[in-house]
Design a protein around this ligand. Structure first.
Ligand code: CMC
Length: 376
């Protein structure tokens, strides 16, 4: 058991109107709309509008945001010059962290920090992230770049730029739902990091860069990649029949199973419900159910042994695997969605700002006198 307050558990760090979680009931909502209502009905573009404007868009407003997110997909020249180097020398999340930071260099709004400029910068970041990830993958594989198609949704366009072929509508829609499911999640570590940075009145690119840095870790967004590595390991051991023993062995050795547990949810993470269903659907469609079957066995074993539920990262791994997204791009894909939430939170922080500066409990030695080198 962690000491009370460790990891700021239970501490209210900020007021927000963007999203809410009821961890006991397993409810997630964006601006009052239940994720179970949004996931099957809303598009990611509608979700972006909702998070940033706190209302669902009218038809005209939706057209405008789609046009904006379609128009701003190309990275600026400064970033494009860096991309080949980044593709050869950095891991995907490090590329995204650097490219996001570098995107501030030639931003058309420069150092304008007005509310309007920050909204436009937010849209540019949401628009460009998928291109950065797809270009990175194609550059590192010596493949020609596939330029963004502004006529496609953000989700369909990402799959197109990554693979060079247009995804079928069903797959594009599943990926679109994944983006909506990952878009925001209250005061998670990366959003908190972004808000802490924004609260110093640093710029929006810096705040989002801080968010990416925090998302990278395996206890946060990095978990989805680790889940797929575990599934592959189990497949190499012989498949679903080996999953239970593998999982129980880990748990009995006090090794955490990635994709399980949550600080806030004490029941099923509502996002996992949708991701499990989509993983099953894709497994059936692909004719290769192995990832899904292994996942099901792991889930049963963790529940039986520890009573812990899967979180968003667990079935996201299978879904992305079936969509043939390379495993080391899973966390950058998470960022492509969460940038919508980070930027909304950063703007919310600016709108009613106070420096975030928590207190501490000192546990070091009592006051001491300095000793000269010869006396130590
Ligand atoms: N596997 C095995 N045991 C676990 C797991 C797990 N995945 N998660 C929690 N526990 C146990 C933990 O060992 C501890 O047991 P005990 O009280 O006997 O020592 C208890 O549950 C509480 O765990 P904790 O680590 O103190 O909980 P936390 O609220 O600090 O951490 C967490 C939450 C998500 C970091 C943690 O559950 C974890 O490390 N999970 C694996 C990594 C993961 O899937 N991360 C993605 C989180 S959701 C999406 C996101 O934010 O990106």
């Amino acid at each position: 058991m962690a000491a009370p307050g460790k990891g700021l558990e239970g501490v209210v760090a900020a007021e927000t109107a963007i999203s809410d979680i009821d961890g006991k009931e397993g409810v997630l909502s964006y601006v009052g709309y239940d994720i179970h209502d949004l996931a099957p009905n809303a598009t990611f573009e509608e979700t972006c509008y909702l998070l940033h404007n706190l209302e669902l868009p009218t038809e005209q407003q939706l057209d405008e945001i789609k046009e904006q997110l379609g128009r701003e997909r190309e990275p600026n020249d400064f970033v494009m010059d860096l991309m080949p180097q980044l593709a050869q020398n950095t891991a995907p999340m490090s590329m995204l962290r650097t490219a996001c930071s570098a995107s501030s260099a030639n931003d058309p709004d420069g150092w304008d920090t007005s509310e309007e400029a920050n909204y436009r910068k937010a849209m540019r970041l949401i628009a460009v992230f998928p291109t950065l990830v797809a270009y990175y993958d194609r550059l590192r594989n010596d493949q020609p770049l596939v330029r963004p198609d502004s006529g496609l949704s953000l989700a369909a366009n990402f799959l197109y730029m990554l693979k060079g072929d247009k995804a079928d509508d069903a797959e594009a829609r599943i990926f679109d739902i994944c983006l909506t499911l990952h878009a925001d999640h209250t005061m998670n570590a990366s959003t908190f990091a972004a808000r802490v940075c924004a609260a110093t009145l640093s710029d929006i690119h810096s705040a989002v860069t801080a968010g990416i840095a925090a998302l990278k870790g395996p206890l946060h967004g990095g978990a989805n990649e680790q889940v797929m590595r575990m599934i592959k390991e189990i497949r190499n051991l012989g498949g679903a029949g080996k999953a239970r023993d593998y999982t129980i062995d880990k748990l009995r050795n006090k090794v955490k199973v990635m994709g399980f547990g949550h600080r806030v949810y004490k029941t099923e993470d509502p996002r996992a419900t949708h991701l499990r269903r989509m993983a099953k659907e894709l497994a059936e469609k692909s004719g290769d159910g192995s990832n899904y079957e292994i996942s099901q066995e792991i889930e049963r074993a963790v529940m039986d042994e520890k009573g812990i539920y899967p979180n968003v990262d667990f079935y996201a791994a299978s879904v992305y695997g079936y969509l043939r997204i390379p495993t080391d791009l899973f966390t950058p894909v998470f960022a492509c969605s969460r940038v919508s939430g980070w930027t909304a939170h950063v703007r919310e922080q600016y709108a009613d700002n106070r420096l975030i500066r928590p207190d501490h409990a000192y546990v070091g030695p009592e006051r001491r006198s300095w000793k000269a080198l010869s006396q130590r």
